[in-house]
Design a protein around this ligand. Sequence first.
Ligand code: SAM
Ligand code: SF4
Length: 322
Amino acid sequence: MLIDSYGRVVDYLRVSVTERCNFRCRYCMPEEGIENLGHQSVLSYEEMFEFIKICLDNGVTKIRLTGGEPLVRSGIENFIAMINGYKPGLDLAMTTNGFLLAKKAQALKDAGLKRLNISLDSLDPKKANFLARKDVLEHVLEGIKTACELGFGVKLNTVALKGVNDAELVELMDFAKSCNAQIRYIEFMENSHASGELKGLRKDDILGIICQKYNLKEITKSPNSPSSLFKLEDGYKFGIIDPHKHDFCATCNRLRLSAEGLLIPCLYYEDGKSIREAMRAGDIKKACEILREVIANKPEKNKWENDGKGEISSRAFYQTGG
Ligand code: SAM
Ligand code: SF4
């Protein structure tokens, strides 16, 4: 089992398979895109898989593939099949922008992927285009439809932004309900790669908007997640991810692996250690040592509060996978 120095059990690994992306979301990437890492810097699927096996053998029970956009890396379905073949029944999920999903969903399902979080910020084609800097909505909606038809567990992620999609938050929830999918509103996290003009809505603003149409019946807290769960009177559940609060750190169970092999113990902490050389040398003992060291040094709390006091995080979402 992987237990950090604060007694937290780390059993959830998020793997960013690529930094590349077919969108240029204003809250995540600069308009010109990012420098290509180059083939040599990125871990091969085999190298990632060898490391994932170590994690699975040490108590990790949940894996999420993310990016960048995971569906732009070719052979992703083979990678999923490798992981699933090692531990069939594993909680294996992906976060995607959905653009390529209609084409790939069946192959992902056949490979053993169980759940999908799909980003959907607007149902207005112009706004979706404004945010992604590309005409995306039609393909994304097709992707959501296909994923639901194939029986994936689907959640929709919506970054709530003032003056962009605040008037649509209820409509987005109604859409999610119609797909039988849980919507999770995400507070915008300021970072140095995002457009400076964006302003996020906070949890209370989001709840205020939802309450104009719906009564909230019950509130529960997800145990290991930065997401708070809410229930409408009709039983529909939705989430709000409010990282500006710190109360989820005490139960954080996450570890992140970047496409370049950086092992990151906390999303909001400029820290990490590379396993790339160890994996390339086939040195499993060394990789295990690095894993133990990173877990032992997992910080008690994220540094988001410091960022709020003037510093803006330089941690890129397209590197960590969110
Ligand atoms: N490309 C995939 C996608 O967009 O779903 C996966 C990677 S993306 C970095 C993962 C999640 O991070 C998405 O749901 C995205 O909306 C969210 N995200 C990116 N930048 C963010 C920011 N500045 N604040 C809050 N959420 C952000
Ligand atoms: Fe790409 Fe996802 Fe970042 Fe948007 S949020 S630019 S889809 S990695």
